[in-house]
Design a protein around this ligand. Sequence first.
Ligand SMILES: Nc1ncnc2c1ncn2[C@@H]1O[C@H](COP(=O)(O)OP(=O)(O)OP(=O)(O)O)[C@@H](O)[C@H]1O
Length: 754
Amino acid sequence: MSVRVVARIRPLLKLELERDVIVEAASSGNEPLGSPSVIRIPNPKSDTESFSFQFNSVYAQEATQQDIFDNEVAPTVKHLFNGFDVTLFAYGVTGTGKTHTMRGGKTLAERGVIPRLLSSIYRRSRKIEKDTAGTTEVQVSMSYYEIYNDRVYDLFEPPEKRTPAGLPIRDNNGKSMVVGLTERPCTSLKDFELLYDQANVNRSTSATKLNAHSSRSHAILCVKLSQATDTHVRISTASAIDLAGSEDNRRTDNNKERLVESSNINKSLFVLAQCVEAISKKQPRIPYRESKMTRILSLGQNNGLTVMILNLAPVRSYHLDTLSSLNFANRTKKIEVREIENEPFFRIVAKPADEALCGVRPMTGSALDRQPLRPKTTNQNMALRDPSKDPQPTVEKPVKTFSVYSDKGRSAPRPSHMTVTSYSRASTESQKRASSDAIPTLARPAKTHRPNNASKSATSRATDLIMTQESIEALVERKVNEKLAQTALQAVPGPVSEISNEVKQRLDALERRVEGHEAEKAEGLQYLLMAKQHQVRGEDASALKMYQLALPFFPGNQKLGRKMLALQEKIRIVAGERRTSSVNEAMPVPAPMQQKEISEQDRHRRRNNGYDENDDDYQEAADINEDDSLLYHTKARKPARMLHAPALGDEITVPAKHSQMIGDIDSEDELAAALGARHPHDTPRTQQLLRIINSRDVSQIKLLKGVGAKKAEMIVNCLCDLGDNGAIETLGQLGNLKGVGAKTVESMRTGVAV
Ligand SMILES: Nc1ncnc2c1ncn2[C@@H]1O[C@H](COP(=O)(O)OP(=O)(O)OP(=O)(O)O)[C@@H](O)[C@H]1O
């Protein structure tokens, strides 16, 4: 089944005008009751022509939240209860109504897809429990996380408690799982709303020029539904994803922090577009792994039902962005998704004695609060009892805890001590296992029945044997994970040896250093990426600013320095030319307008017939990976791109020392000095330390690691001896101050947070 793609046009906002509306819903003539399924939008080159895009459904400006839910989401609830996973995601440019569609407002009418989905799940759960006279127990739990700057953060944790590196993602049985995520049981809609609202406070949102409450992250809500009877349990998951919107930074006026977020958002959406393109062209390699969002979304890889809601703004100011989104959606609708339901697995009725024996507590309440720091495993295949303690006399062979792929057509042996009834759905061809792990009130389930390979045809067995490098790696990783998870489950907790304070401190310091390094490097790369984006758009002054911000993260990188000098030279020349031409021209065109026109024309030229404006930008952004000055590159180098015409609107004054020619620079030190760095090897941490020292503020200095009030006063006294303008320029100078040695300097430096 293909991904279901529906488009929703949001109504006009306060400042938008009726005459600017260019996107409209139309009918193809084939739909029942004439409900629209076509989006019509003019050709940006000629208003007399228009493009039409057909989707599964189209919702015009006046469509309500109820309409969207009733037609697009309510039908999936039935499938969820039948054991299918459901993925709903909102896609669109910033400010087009994704969050409004998914979360919505506070009033009943304004509630979005997510609260309505949960309401429907609870209603159906109650009905099932009632209809089965309580023999089927339905439980709902949720996890909620965001991908912010390509890092995964648990939204149940307040930002101040997050580890900067975020949570890791592991592959497990072909699914990407976030490790260490909190999972909260929620027994009623009220429970859910409370948790959801609290978690949303932790989501990264900010005001931008295009949206007062812009989501700066992709938010992923996973609702796990577990239906348990006496004999078996069925788990299915509904994932509701509110993607962050792509942004054209020429329109956002974003500051430094917003630009970093924006480039991460754009990059992940670019990778998503690449994945969709690769899938639609049936390419052998889909670049899922190039961003965390695509890894988690795994479009076309996940089973079950997928619905994409394409959010569109109706007005002309979004024209090219809207076309880009429509093109993306057009490709997405062709993606085929395997409609495979999750197999139920069998429960062993947990007895207190068993629990004591194998050390498994019923996973309710606090036990469910946090999953163990290991991949959520497919531990249906694992015996939870400790075999050494299990006095079952019938065990003849050691229990095999994972199956071996074999060409002999044997079915894998099943541990004989388990009280398991074989159950397999005839409709399910694959060896897919149920998607989840923690089952409230249950011991771990036993291995599911493996169909007898002998019944398979020779051809299908031969196909099974052709394994690609990727599938072998995935298989090995899966087996290792299973083994590790089993070991962890069977391990009897021994006495915990106390780590000495000294060791703890050293570990902490080490961790801080590693995190600092990672964060620093990532931040530097962000600046470079943005510099490149600005540069290819001809926004030279902004590009230069970004390169300047990146420089401290790559001390001594001569190539970067040269690039900056060349850019400065170019800006200087352009500024000179502009001054000359403004004297010569009788009626000058306003510079910013001219720049806009040039770049518009240029962009039209670059788009041959695809109208993939954003894709183009994304491509350029991605090209930075191929820049060999930037430490990280995987692909072969491409020929350098031609830069755009210089931005005529850029206002920049180039300091005299910056305007020297590249050839004048001989050493790294000169280069760094020319670029305004205090010292070529200054890292942000060093700079921050020197800033604190040079502040001459005893109250700040005494907080540095290894410095008390007395030492802080001594340092300030030394600085005062240097005179009013005296400053410490290097770590060497700092170490030479009275009472401060190399050791203290290192200690101060490692303690500085950047
Ligand atoms: N269908 C709608 N009805 C009424 N208002 C809407 C609708 N869709 C969007 N809006 C309004 O438009 C504005 C932008 O919507 P929203 O924040 O949902 O956009 P977004 O696509 O999530 O943006 P971002 O990607 O920046 O987070 C909000 O003020 C929202 O209330």
